[in-house]
Design a protein around this ligand. Structure first.
Ligand code: ADP
Ligand code: ZN
Length: 622
């Protein structure tokens, strides 16, 4: 399509150029010389003019045939603009020029001067529209049906979406309603109208919405919030109207709006361009939601990962008043999701699905789907018949930290710094009680930013953490830097994200968990997690004084400093292990937590946090 259009535009330009050339050729052959009025008068006085036609604006005429006034005069015809000149007639008479007056009909010319531009404009428009939309009709700009995605009977069922049981439970009610809207309205119960699925990307929100439609066998309309916001003001609103019109004709049905935040951002914020348009679109959406016939069997499902920026108006009763959290799955959930996706590939019996689930805390459904796919690809590459545990192991590592780039060169000194840095993390992780078990230490560069990482694994998905555990995490996060300082006397930029992680934890301890003795047991608002689910629109202003803010900063700094000193102390004491570990790491590029633990034991230290049978893997620590 695209190619053909470009081709015809090229054609068009070619024809245009040819026309221009013909035109200029003709003008040369039959050309009319345009004279300034003064020259025309001169010619008349010198008797070179044979005859003239005087029209209302122009004087056209012919030179005499035997004119010798110069070779420049190619054509005997000439033309000049008529100037108000009462003496002209006398002069013409004196020179014996034949003259006539002509009343020109300008009708055809005027008509052409209108029609030709309109024609070209139309042609241009046609091509533009064709290029933009393809399927779009010539005049149906706002009615862009193409982008509204409709499935009459989606085949996704609840069983395909795993690990989100609570969300499914809540959505069951919607399914019941859609299956039998009459039952609900007869009793007069309050109908669900809008459901907002809130959760990080890739957790299956779209799937859930489709599954609701699939379970209740109703059509599924979907559109993405970002698609509503159009270049031209008013088009987004027209689209919303159109979407609802189509949905009303097909009820009972589901309208799914992905990325609701793209159009439902709180109004009145600073924004460039597109602002009015978004506001109009949002208003139209609100109008449509309010204007529903109360018995209409249309359910709106919105999805967003940034509920805190949504306009509070969207969350009022009767609109998206029911919010369902679709969080990242826990271990059991991950196992279930893995099993769903493993159905589509040949998996060997030796694969320990729950083990793989244990290795992947923090993965969302989409990551797990990607993981299974990656493992399958690895198996294919190695010519295997089925996917084995080894491929899953490798795939986890790949997905966790990007593909291994063994051949990326870092210079020797950098490698040394990274090795000490990572060994520092791991050694402190094995030395303070309450830290997560260390599984693997590597200096193989992965991805772009992380030069190396230490995998430490929470033993189970954690919901509660004690103060000493949090402090252990802070110490471990700072240990890379501490090791660099001890060994090289200075720190590198590689510790950047360590520091932000440590600060985050410390800040949380002070402000949210009341774990700082100096600050006492107070809750001092959280900046990171606004209370979107309970009180929409609550402003996030600070609820404490400047003085308190300073005290918080001091308390955070105190925690960081203390843990940094703690890490340094541990590493100084275990310098021999640090050196041996870093040497081993430089040599092998990748070592197991156990190997470092063995080095500790050789040197007379008892490793902690060996974390039972857990073979988990987790967050990369740079
Ligand atoms: P979201 O809309 O939350 O960003 P999607 O529903 O688009 O996420 O999920 C993307 C893909 O990830 C799905 O097509 C599916 O393959 C996989 N996926 C995500 N969550 C799940 C889940 N809970 N169960 C099974 N597969 C999932
Ligand atoms: Zn680090």
């Amino acid at each position: 399509m695209e190619k053909r259009t470009r081709f015809s535009i090229g054609y068009f330009v070619l024809v245009f150029i040819v026309l221009m050339m013909i035109q200029s050729y003709l003008a040369q052959v039959y050309g009319v010389r345009v004279l300034p009025y003064s020259e025309f008068l001169l010619s008349v006085e010198q008797g070179q003019v044979a005859e003239v036609n005087i029209t209302s604006y122009k004087i056209k005429g012919k030179f005499k045939k035997n004119d010798t006034a110069g070779s420049a005069r190619l054509a005997p015809d000439f033309e000049t603009v008529r100037v108000e000149d009462p003496d002209l007639i006398r002069k013409l008479k004196e020179s014996g020029v034949r003259f006539t007056g002509v009343i020109e009909s300008t009708f055809v010319r005027d008509l052409l001067s209108w029609l030709v531009p309109i024609f070209f404009f139309g042609l241009f428009w046609y091509f533009m529209v064709k290029r933009m939309g393809g399927q779009q009709g010539f005049l149906s700009l706002g009615k862009n049906k193409a982008k509204i995605y409709m499935e009459d009977d989606p085949r996704i069922r609840f069983e395909d979406v795993a690990g989100v049981d609570e969300a499914k439970l809540e959505l069951m009610e919607v399914v019941e309603f859609l299956e039998n809207p009459g039952k609900f309205t007869r009793i007069g119960g309050k109908l669900p109208r809008g459901v907002l699925l809130v959760g990080p990307p890739g957790t299956g929100k779209t799937m859930l919405a489709k599954a609701v439609a699939g379970e209740s066998h109703v059509p599924f309309f979907s559109m993405s919030g970002s698609e509503f916001v159009e270049l031209f003001v008013g088009m987004g609103a027209a689209r919303v109207r159109d979407l609802f019109e189509q949905a009303k004709a097909k009820q009972p049905c589901i309208i799914f709006i992905d990325e609701l935040d793209a159009l439902g951002k709180a109004r009145g914020g600073i924004s460039m361009g597109g602002h009015d348009e978004r506001e109009q679109t949002l208003n139209q959406l609100l109008v449509e939601m309010d204007g529903f016939d109360p018995t209409a069997a249309i359910i709106l499902i919105g999805a967003t990962n940034r509920p805190e920026i949504l306009d509070p108006a969207l969350l009022r009763p009767g609109r998206f008043d029911r919010q369902i959290l679709v969080d990242r799955p826990d271990k059991a959930g991950r196992e279930a999701i893995l099993r769903v996706h493993m159905k589509n590939v040949q998996v060997s019996d030796d694969v320990d699905v729950s083990g793989v689930a244990a290795m992947t805390p923090g993965f969302a459904g989409a990551d797990l789907a990607n993981l299974v796919n990656e493992a399958a690809l690895l198996a294919v590459r190695q010519g295997k018949e089925e996917v084995t545990q080894a491929e899953f192991q490798e795939a986890v590592e790949r997905v966790v930290a990007g593909l291994e780039k063994k051949n990326r060169l870092i210079n020797r000194h950098e490698r040394e710094i990274v090795a000490y840095h990572e060994t520092g993390h791991a050694l402190v992780g094995l030395s303070v009680s309450g830290a997560d078990p260390v599984r693997k230490i590597t200096i193989i560069p992965r991805g772009i930013s992380a030069l190396g990482y230490t995998m430490n694994v929470p033993t189970e998905d954690r919901f509660l953490m004690t103060k000493s555990e949090l402090l252990a995490r802070v110490a471990m996060a700072l240990a890379g830097q501490a090791a660099e300082e001890i060994v090289f006397g200075e720190i590198s930029t590689g510790a950047h994200s360590d520091l932000s992680k440590a600060t985050d934890i410390a800040r949380g301890m002070v402000k949210e968990y009341g774990m700082d003795d100096g600050m006492g047991r107070v809750y001092l608002e959280s900046e990171r997690r606004p209370l979107f689910l309970s009180v929409p629109g609550l402003s996030q202003e600070r609820k404490y004084s400047e003085q308190t803010a300073r005290e918080i900063d001091e308390a955070v700094r105190r925690i960081i400093d203390e843990q940094y000193d703690r890490a340094k102390h541990i590493l100084r004491e275990r310098r021999a292990v640090l050196d041996a570990g870093a040497r081993l790491l430089l040599e092998k590029e990748k070592i197991e937590g156990q190997e470092l633990a063995a080095l500790m034991e050789e040197n007379g230290f008892k490793p902690l946090n060996m974390g039972g049978a857990s073979k988990h893997t987790a967050k990369a620590e740079e």
